[in-house]
Every structure is written in C-alpha cells, then in structure tokens.
Design a protein around this ligand. Structure first.
Ligand code: SF4
Length: 383
C-alpha cells in the first residue's frame, strides 16, 4: 500500500502566513501539467508496483487547475500505477473556487474527499491573514461540496491569532461544527521564515516580535483549550495533535505519512519516502519543468540512518491518538533504541502518558507538552 501526493504550485496571491512553495504567475500552468505527466511516467517504478490507496492533490492551490488538466494527471496516474479499486482521493480547494460546476466535475473524476482552506468564518480575520475569500463564500462552498455529493469534507482553521479574542474564536468553532463536515484540521498561526508576516514583523521589529510571540503562545493555548471544550460534546475525536474527525473519516492519506507508509510526492517541492530514503523535488517551477523536458527529474535524496528512522517514528507517532507502538519500535530498531526509549519514558511525569496495548499514548496534559516530551525520547538527545 502506498500514497501519492501531487503539489500544484500556483496561487492567485500569497497569504501572509504561508510558507508553502507556490508562484502567482499562472502562465506556466500548461507547461507544468506536461512536466508533471512526464514525472509520473519517469518515477512510476519508485513505488515498486505497490498498490496506491490514497491520492492527494495539494498545493499551492490545486483548484486553480482546470478539471480537464487534472483529468490528464489522473489518466497518467492510472496508466503508470496500480490504483486500488477503493481509494481516498482528496483535492484541496479554496472557498472562492468551490463552484457547483467545478465540484461536480471533480466528483466525476473520482474525487471523494475535499479539504477546504477556510481558516476562519470571520471576514476581519480572513483579511488579516491575506485570504481572498469571505466567510459567506466558505459557507456556500461547503454547501456546494455537499450538493455535489462529496460527503467527506475537511476544513482547515487557524488558531492562536493575536488580534482575535476568545469569543470570536468560539464563534468560528460554533460555525464550523454546525456545518456538515466530517474532518477538521486546526493549525496554530506560526511565523514561518519565508512568509510575508515574518518579514513584516520579525525582520522589521525583532523586539516587538518577541513580545508578540510570547503572547501568541498563550493565545494558542487558550484557543486549543476552547477547541477541545467545544468538540467534547460532538462526534469529533482528536486522532492527531492538529486533526479531528468523526470516527471513520480520519484522513487515510495523512495517516499513511504518520504510519511510515511509502509515498511518492510529485511536482515542485514535493517530498517522497520509499521506506529507506527521503527525497524532495526542487522548489522552482522553471527548474522542475526544464529538468523533465530533458528527460530527468530534479530532486535531492537523503539516505536515512537507523537513528534518523527511529527519531522520525517517534516524532510522527507521538502526535497521534494511536501513539508510539512500543513493540514495533523493538522489532524494527532493536535493543539499543528500545532500551533508550523505555529508560526515557520512565523519567517522564506519569500524568503525561499512559501505556495501552503496548502503545505509549499522551494524555491531554502530555499533548500540551508534546515538543518537550518528544525531545526527551529522541535518540540524539542522549548523544
Ligand atoms: S496558504 Fe494556501 S492559498 Fe494561501 S498562499 Fe499558501 S498555498 Fe496559497
């Protein structure tokens, strides 16, 4: 079983907080689609005839791509990969592109899950974040997805925004949870180094930034607590630190990343993992297209050491509700890593975790300290 991710590297404009690779000149889209078809062909051997169980079109803004071009990509995937009969096929869309015609066409293409970047149901916050859509468009977008008979809907919200009070965040949550959605991803606003917000705040006024950062952390904690209170009486369950789903609607694609399943990432800046090595494509449409036009890919490869593998397992699984599979760690990494892990667990505060069926699972108190606990369990931390 494996997963395929495709990065569509275009956006109409850059949101202030965004660190994903994308460009705003859409004129190269046709050339990119041709290069992507070539990459699919060239790299089809990398999944070693594994059956593809999930396909994810992310970005950037995949919904800026005409459906007929997406269809070319789906055809190429079908031609070069073994695709399971029942797959999870997700497309990320922005609310302003969630029109009935577009969604019906996606449904016809086999898309059965939509992830919509809502971020907030408050126009003032959307404006602050540099988003192009309104709250009304987000609500209409969700309705259009349902009307197109795509019944696996995920939305993203951003929390920890310094200019938003607790009541306004509560309002966002109430609106979100009153919609027919099955999945919610909530991400804290962070100042990523390549974002416009970072350049505006950090580079221009580092002292003010530090004060703001401390406040942000408190606000993020307040917002996450409000979120947990709000979902407590709903069918939603937290299954990863930032992800909540009605049981049965957990993202299979993201779960594959966390489980260590091999995945192939295609398109500029996309990352891949084949079980032993990690690779990533160049973050430039121009270089990406040029390389593929001359019959080559343009990516870097890193062989992972056993310690890298162990650390990655810890980093990814500690964030999930399933937790760290202790038996698997022993089987996969052997005595040295397993003993290290158990010794470090013994030093943790018992209120932070529980062990259930050979899995270490963080409690709510532990989840709030995930970063601190993770550092303690990593192998390098004893070197
Ligand atoms: S957040 Fe999404 S829509 Fe905004 S610039 Fe980044 S990739 Fe594009």
């Amino acid at each position: 079983m494996s997963a395929v991710y495709i990065h569509f590297p275009y956006c109409n404009s850059k949101c202030l907080y965004c660190n994903f690779y994308s460009e705003t000149n859409l004129n190269t889209q046709k050339r990119f689609i041709r290069a992507l078809q070539k990459e699919i062909e060239l790299r089809s051997g990398e999944l070693r005839k594994d059956t593809v169980k999930t396909i994810y079109f992310g970005g950037g803004t995949p919904s800026l791509t005409p459906v007929k071009d997406m269809a070319l990509i789906v055809e190429a995937l079908k031609r070069h990969f073994k695709i399971a009969a029942q797959i999870e096929f997700t497309v990320e869309i922005n609310p302003e592109q969630a029109t009935p015609d577009f969604l019906r066409a996606l449904r016809k293409l086999g898309v059965n899950r939509i992830s919509m970047g809502v971020q907030s149901f408050d126009d003032r916050i959307l404006h602050f974040l540099g988003r192009r859509h309104t709250a009304q468009q987000a609500l209409e977008g969700i309705r259009h997805i349902r009307e197109a008979e795509i019944d696996n809907i995920s939305i993203d919200l951003i929390y920890g925004i310094i200019i938003r009070g607790g009541d306004e965040w509560l309002h966002d949550l109430e609106v979100a949870l009153s919609q027919s959605i099955q999945h919610l991803s909530a991400y804290a606003l962070t100042l990523e180094e390549n974002s416009i917000l970072y350049k505006e705040l950090v580079q221009k006024n580092p002292a003010a930034y530090q004060v703001g950062k401390d406040m942000d952390e408190n606000i993020a904690l307040r917002d996450m607590n409000l979120l947990l209170q709000q979902i407590a009486n709903t069918p939603f369950k937290r299954y990863e630190i930032s992800n909540f789903a009605v049981p049965g609607y957990e993202s299979k694609h993201n779960s594959a990343y966390w489980d260590g399943t091999p995945y192939l990432g295609l398109g500029p800046s996309a990352h891949s993992f084949d079980g032993a090595t990690r690779s990533w494509n160049v973050s430039s449409i121009e270089t990406y297209c040029k390389a593929l036009e001359s019959g080559e890919g343009s990516f870097e490869v890193e062989d992972l050491s056993l310690t890298d593998h162990y650390n990655e397992r810890i980093l990814l699984t500690i964030r999930t509700a399933k937790g760290i599979d202790l038996k698997k760690i022993e089987e996969q990494f052997g005595e040295v890593y397993f003993t290290h892990l158990m010794n470090e667990i013994a030093l943790l505060n018992k209120a932070w975790y529980q062990i259930e069926n050979d899995h270490l699972i963080l409690t709510e108190a532990g989840v709030a300290l995930t970063d601190h606990i993770t550092v303690q369990l990593l192998y390098d931390s004893i070197m």
